[in-house]
Design a protein around this ligand. Structure first.
Ligand code: CAA
Length: 282
């Protein structure tokens, strides 16, 4: 099966990044969200990111314009489903919402369409369980910031067919990324490791360590590209908290999000997206 049209559901940082890299690779893209404001923010983010690529001479101004013209923004979910050869869901981490949405996707997408989820931690088999096309459902977990991160986790669910995996691997190659195969348990590989690291960093802060020192330690002593407090601000504290909750549900107490992490989420200290986390982005 040849993919031509990629529909992305959810126009947050991840959804807009997925739409962008797909359009850069030449796919026609529909980016859907329920809110016009979210679509406006996505459009601005895509323009800014592509603008940086033009600045760095990684693409020309006319490539940029063509890329943007391949992305259609809409609030019409049925339309996004009907057009898709591959649909990628990138809405927030709520299992019930995703299960409900997947059952709608199943209704509205053409029978041969593949449906992927960009969830960072929820088991794909659970998200897919109300659909009748288990063979065509798969986890496609992009990393933040999507245009810069090379790796994408691919998570076949219990019923995913080999054909679906190979079509999706071809897509990953075409968008210039490398795939990592992960097994369908909460957190897969990346969130299983990174969420624990970030949760532990929050404990270190509660014990009196400064975020700047924790980050400096992991950059200078462990060679990480950014420290865990800065990373938590990048991915969003609520994403790490939900990841930990899902893993605690499936694997036990060890994974429980730290109380301070929950408190920070409740206070809206989510990081870059709210303008304030461990660092100030206003
Ligand atoms: N589009 C285009 N260009 C961008 C960009 C974007 N979205 N974001 C940043 N850039 C550019 C910057 O402008 C900068 O350009 P210059 O070199 O001209 O200044 C360049 O990319 C490098 O960026 P920075 O200077 O800000 O910083 P850096 O060199 O440290 O690289 C990074 C940034 C690639 C994000 C690096 O710090 C890194 O790899 N961090 C770790 C990120 C990570 O672990 N991501 C995964 C998180 S887990 C996840 O996402 C899964 C989940 O579900 C939660």
């Amino acid at each position: 099966m040849e993919l031509k049209m990629i529909s992305v559901i959810g126009a947050g940082a991840m959804g807009s990044g997925i739409a962008q890299v797909s359009a850069v690779a030449g796919y026609q893209v529909i980016l859907q969200d329920i809110s016009d404001a979210a679509l406006d923010r996505a459009k601005a983010a895509i323009n800014k990111s592509l603008g940086k690529m033009v600045e760095k001479k990684k693409m020309t101004e006319s490539d940029k314009d063509e890329t943007v013209s391949r992305i259609e923004l809409t609030t019409d979910m049925e339309k996004a489903c009907r057009s898709a050869d591959l649909l990628i869901e990138a809405v927030f981490e709520n299992l019930e919402l995703k299960r409900k949405m997947f059952s709608d996707f199943d209704k509205f997408c053409k029978p041969e369409a593949i449906i992927g989820s960009n969830t960072s931690a929820l088991p794909i088999t659970e998200i897919a369980s109300r659909t009748k096309r288990g063979d065509k459902i798969i986890g496609i977990h992009f990393m933040n910031p999507v245009p810069l991160m090379k790796g994408v986790e691919i998570i076949p669910a219990q019923l995913t067919s080999d054909d679906t995996v190979s079509v999706v691997l071809e897509y990953i190659k075409k968008i210039g990324k490398e795939h990592i195969m992960a097994v369908d348990y909460a957190g897969f590989i990346v969130s299983r490791l990174l969420d624990v690291l970030m949760n532990e960093a929050v404990k270190l802060v509660q014990e009196g360590n400064k975020p700047e020192e924790i980050d400096k330690a992991m950059v200078l002593c462990a060679g990480h590209p950014m420290g865990p407090c800065k990373l938590l601000d990048l991915v969003g504290a609520e994403i790490a908290m939900h990841g930990m909750e899902t893993m605690a549900r499936d694997f036990g107490e060890f994974y429980k999000p730290h109380a301070l992490l929950k408190k920070r989420v409740l206070a809206g200290l989510l990081g870059q997206k709210t303008g304030k986390g461990f660092y100030d982005y206003q």
